[in-house]
Design a protein around this ligand. Structure first.
Ligand code: NAP
Length: 255
């Protein structure tokens, strides 16, 4: 793969999908900043792995749901590495307890919306303003989920947060195209990470016994990262607002 210069910020880059994305961007030649919520050890090991490619790498603890943290994150990335060319809105959470629509709490709803939707919405606003000022042909890549369109009645808050992030992609793609900034939505299916560890047995059963996906395996962070690298490198210059399914074919209607 050809080396790509530039600076990327991957939110939630300490573990799982975000870590896979950060590593592949570093391998592709970008300087990469990751943000994370609390797991210092995971962030340190992700940073060390990125450094092994000989590029600049930093890890910053910053709660994506906090306006003050988002502001500080951007300032710290810019002063350590320079202006951001690629923003990957990856940080996200599942509900701490799956609850039926008729029982689910407002507290869980507020938390999911704040982390999964409001955080990336306003982080993108901050980064986009800077990209415009710097006349950078930046890329913004949002990690949504098949839950943006597949209804799971035991985690309505998660589904709504991802559907919102999907609309956010369309909005920013439209608003930023005149500035040469392309915006993409990567829509992962079932990916093996800490997030899905608690429901591993359920998805093993759905994938291997119940024909959930035409491609019968779990997805990996690398599967998602490859799609992100293609967008980040500018391999899709005439596409914006595009949804890229990385889901083993889950989205196909079958008969
Ligand atoms: P994960 O393994 O649980 O990792 C989550 C990452 O986000 C960690 O780096 C975590 O930091 C960070 N994070 C969590 N809350 C944060 C906050 N408030 N502020 C900043 N960072 C925060 O999750 P994953 O499975 O990789 O999921 C990554 C993204 O892909 C999420 O948006 C998720 O919804 C989406 N997705 C996942 C799947 C799947 O099957 N796994 C499928 C579709 C979409 P710490 O390490 O400090 O906790």
């Amino acid at each position: 793969m050809s080396k790509t210069a530039g600076i990327a910020l991957v939110t939630g880059g300490s573990r799982g999908i975000g870590r896979g994305i950060a590593i592949e961007l570093a391998r592709a030649g970008l300087n990469v900043a990751i943000s994370y919520a609390s797991n210092d050890a995971a962030a340190k090991s992700a940073r060390q792995e990125m450094e092994s490619f000989g590029r600049g790498a930093i890890a910053i603890k910053a709660d994506i749901a906090s306006a003050a943290d988002r502001q500080r994150l951007i300032v710290e990335v810019s002063s350590a590495l320079g202006s951001i060319d690629v923003l990957v809105n990856n940080a996200g959470i599942a509900p701490s307890k799956r609850a039926d629509l008729l029982e689910a709490s407002e507290e869980s709803f507020d938390q999911l919306i704040n982390v999964n939707l409001k955080g990336p919405y306003f982080l993108t606003q901050l980064v986009a303003r800077r990209m415009i000022d710097q006349k950078s042909a930046g890329k913004i890549i949002n990690i949504t989920s098949v839950s943006a369109y597949a209804a799971s009645t035991n985690r309505g808050d998660y589904c709504i947060s991802k559907a919102g992030l999907s609309m956010m992609t369309k909005l920013y793609a439209t608003r930023l195209a005149p500035h040469g900034i392309n915006v993409y939505e990567i829509r992962p299916g079932v990916i093996e990470t800490d997030m899905t560890e608690k429901v591993k047995e359920k998805y093993d059963n759905l994938i291997f016994e119940n024909d959930l996906t035409p491609i019968k395996r779990w997805g990996t962070p690398l599967d998602v990262a490859r799609a992100v690298v293609a967008c980040a490198k500018g391999s899709l210059p005439f596409s914006t607002g595009q949804v890229i399914d990385v889901d083993g074919g889950f989205h196909l209607r079958r008969l």
